[in-house]
Design a protein around this ligand. Sequence first.
Ligand SMILES: C[S@@+](CC[C@H](N)C(=O)[O-])C[C@H]1O[C@@H](n2cnc3c(N)ncnc32)[C@H](O)[C@@H]1O
Length: 346
Amino acid sequence: MFRYIGSKSSTSANISSLISDMIGVGTVADAFGGLGTIGAELRKHGHRVTTCDVLNFPHSFQIARIEGKAKLPFLQLRDQAGLSSMQEIQDQLNTTKAPRSWIVQEYSQQRKFFTHDNALAIAGAWHQIKRWHEAGALTRRETALLITSLLNSMDSVANTAGTYYAHLKTFHRKALKPFRFEWFPVVGGRYVGKALRGDALSCLQGKNFDVLYLDPPYNERNYASYYHLPESMSLLQRPKTNPERASGMPVGVRPGASSIRDGMTMGYLEKLASNIGWKWLIVHYCDGALIPLTTMRDSLRHFGTVQELTLPALGYTTHKIARTINHHVFVVSAATRSSSRSLCHA
Ligand SMILES: C[S@@+](CC[C@H](N)C(=O)[O-])C[C@H]1O[C@@H](n2cnc3c(N)ncnc32)[C@H](O)[C@@H]1O
């Protein structure tokens, strides 16, 4: 699975059972949805899920996992390219190479993000998906499943310590493995959810949910910079880069970066809690993060009765050995919220 800072894959089952214990099944919003890990787990357990992210590449994962299915029809591709099954699509993506691509030049020849052979294959698949997209041969969910599968497959051979902020000086063992496009395993669920792209406050304000789940960025590493390459590739556009920069980061201001900076603050979390309707609010946070836990506790008390759980979880690490950290899960019940503060909750 794609390595993502703040991924909740080691605690998603705990969060899902916590929510099921609270509400049975119902509506849940995951405002900082990331790769859709929590949303996918909730969807699997019968909840109606809405997710949001300001970046496009997590949004693609969310469309695939929250709205999509493991098998999609690809009807236009059948008509236009004569590919009659997902196996044939996969085979085509695994045989196309693009030697003159910017992905090969900039991320393999100029910088060591991929071996030359892997860059040829990754670029081949990317340009093919882009051509199909531009020919109008893909639906929104088909594009998202293709992009998600490509990025997920690519990440397993990326020559990085986990993010795309920098590449390693010499090729790591995992980068030497041959790239293969594999379909992302979408689990699905009873209901088709909704994946929204944009600033969480703008996307979700005024809407009502049984549970509002908040898993905000917890350190200074800005996702827009640390995942610039998957973000550019998900947009199906070549980024303009500065040849002098070792990271290959696109020039100019990264879209979404200022929303992500806002998302790091208690003031922004308070705005979400005040402007989105909820019966239960869950804030998932960890030790030693940007907002002190005492500040979080004091602030959340204004929104209702607060219970606090601690979960041991695997922290993000650039080393081989997993790092265990404590996650704090604050559960706020709106039932006891004073009427003067209650806004638009359901
Ligand atoms: C801690 S991660 C979420 C990880 C997710 N729970 C998972 O398991 O994959 C935070 C996410 O929030 C997104 N984000 C940060 N600020 C945001 C904002 N103001 N609006 C929408 N998304 C935001 C980031 O792009 C990032 O994907």
